[in-house]
Write a protein that binds this ligand. Structure first.
Ligand SMILES: *[C@@H]1O[C@H](CO)[C@@H](O)[C@H](O)[C@H]1NC(C)=O
Ligand SMILES: *[C@@H]1O[C@H](CO)[C@@H](O)[C@H](O)[C@H]1NC(C)=O
Ligand SMILES: *[C@@H]1O[C@H](CO)[C@@H](O)[C@H](O)[C@H]1NC(C)=O
Ligand SMILES: *[C@@H]1O[C@H](CO)[C@@H](O)[C@H](O)[C@H]1NC(C)=O
Ligand SMILES: *[C@@H]1O[C@H](CO)[C@@H](O)[C@H](O)[C@H]1NC(C)=O
Ligand SMILES: *[C@@H]1O[C@H](CO)[C@@H](O)[C@H](O)[C@H]1NC(C)=O
Length: 373
């Protein structure tokens, strides 16, 4: 019955008015009082139970089914053709760094990208300084690579032999759709600033409506902000930080490792497996062969379940991005607390030797897609 049906309303009014007295408590007998009070207690108990139950479900019980998918290799970046699958971004830095991202010719001239059969190196220039022509007074030469291919959900394995670090640096290995940000999402797999002593930062950046708060997660890393929306706190994103050995000098000393990202409808998870299983972190899993199976890998460093985030509408068409930014808001915000000298632009312009550790060294990248069962 619709409430705006005048015939029904009139009839209901007449019906209830003929029984007016039963709703007046002053006329109630002891028996009716007992029934009424019991009814109220039951209603309160049911409502409280439902609220408590919902909270428990959100924070505790509900968790995606991350059971095994059948992954098959669809793309490999390796050997001397490693860089052929990337575009060299060489416009103004969208992140506001003190940098000139170079094109392939400049990269060759300054030897900023170099691929052999076994290794691909991406580095910041360490040659120009005051008196050079050109110099670094308007920013230092560096590289930002964007894969030509764009990917949907899958498993991404990165063999990382050396992570860049040093005062003034802001390196990252990440996924995004450069032309549709933040609509198609951003997944930061490795990121750090300056001396990189505080562990690897993993983060998602999205449009509104994707959160990790009050959501059950299973991971070894430490959750930071839980709202992934880019407009919250100046695009902090939803973050997870790993142990110090997951990035920088400690990670490099262990020979680097395999960095894995699994992006599937149920959630986004990442692992870092140091090559030699040192520093108390899990050793490289055996199953990084032809059919890797993350369901056997144990707890990830970061877990972003789909519980309160519809991943299908927030993440699409992701390119692989590798870059080393210099300065920029993130780096400069923690400059003093990182124990770095002078100020960032002074260091970058005038001290080329400060960037000798500012390089990525990679083995292969592999991209897998789940076969439909
Ligand atoms: C270019 O860079 C690679 C990798 O860092 C290095 O091995 C090589 O010696 C460099 N070549 C020159 C000419 O500087
Ligand atoms: C790349 O590195 C190799 C050795 O690592 C070096 O022999 C070669 O000169 C480098 N390429 C360039 C363009 O400098
Ligand atoms: C967040 O994304 C919106 C577009 O959806 C953009 O207008 C806004 O500037 C972004 N904010 C930040 C802090 O990145
Ligand atoms: C993803 O990329 C494909 C191919 O370029 C394009 O047709 C599609 O519109 C893109 N989807 C979104 C949501 O951006
Ligand atoms: C950075 O340091 C240099 C050298 O000390 C100084 O000349 C410059 O004014 C400083 N810049 C800022 C923004 O503090
Ligand atoms: C994976 O492959 C096995 C063997 O063919 C099959 O039994 C299983 O259902 C597949 N799983 C999925 C999720 O497709």
């Amino acid at each position: 019955m619709k409430h705006n049906d005048p015939v029904v309303s009139t009839r209901e009014t007449e019906y209830w008015s003929s029984f007016r007295s039963p709703w007046d408590p002053r006329g109630w007998s002891r028996r009716i009082w007992i029934i009424a009070v019991t009814a109220i207690i039951v209603v309160v108990a049911v409502v409280v139970g439902a609220v408590v139950g919902t909270t428990a479900r959100n924070s505790g019980n509900s968790y995606p089914d991350y059971s095994k998918l059948n992954y098959t290799l669809i793309d490999t970046y390796s050997g001397t053709s490693f860089f052929d699958k990337f575009d060299y971004f060489h416009d103004y830095d969208p992140a506001g760094g003190f940098i000139h991202y170079v094109d392939p010719d400049y990269a060759r001239t300054y030897n900023l990208t170099n691929a052999t059969q076994t290794t691909a190196i991406v580095k910041v220039d360490t040659t120009v300084g005051p008196g050079s022509e050109p110099d670094a007074s308007t920013g230092r030469f560096s590289v930002r690579l964007e894969s030509k291919a764009q990917y949907g959900p899958g498993l991404f394995l990165f063999d990382v032999k050396h992570t860049p670090y040093g005062c003034g640096t802001w390196p990252a290995l990440w996924l995004t759709d450069p032309n549709n940000w933040p609509t198609n999402g951003e997944i930061d797999i490795m990121e750090a600033v300056n001396q990189a002593l505080n562990g690897n930062l993993v983060a998602l950046h999205t449009t509104d409506g994707c959160t990790m708060s009050d959501v059950r997660r299973e991971m070894s890393g430490t959750a930071g902000q839980e709202d992934c929306h880019n407009a919250t706190n100046s695009n902090t994103g939803c973050t997870v930080t790993g142990a110090p050995a997951t990035y920088g000098p400690e990670f490099n000393a262990a020979g680097g490792g395999i960095v894995a990202l699994e992006w599937r409808n149920e959630g986004i998870r990442s692992w870092i497996f140091p090559r030699n299983g040192q520093n108390g972190l899990t050793a490289l899993p055996a199953s990084t062969g032809p059919a890797p199976d993350p369901s056997t890998w144990g707890p990830p460093l970061a877990d972003f379940p789909s519980t309160s985030c519809d991943l299908g509408s927030h993440f699409r068409n992701q390119s692989i991005i590798v870059n080393i930014d210099l300065c920029g808001y993130f780096t400069e915000a923690v400059w003093a607390s990182s124990g770095c000298p002078s100020n960032c632009t002074d260091l970058v312009a005038n001290n080329p030797s400060a960037f000798t550790n500012a390089y990525w060294e990679f083995g292969a990248f592999q991209v897998y897609r789940a076969l439909q069962g």
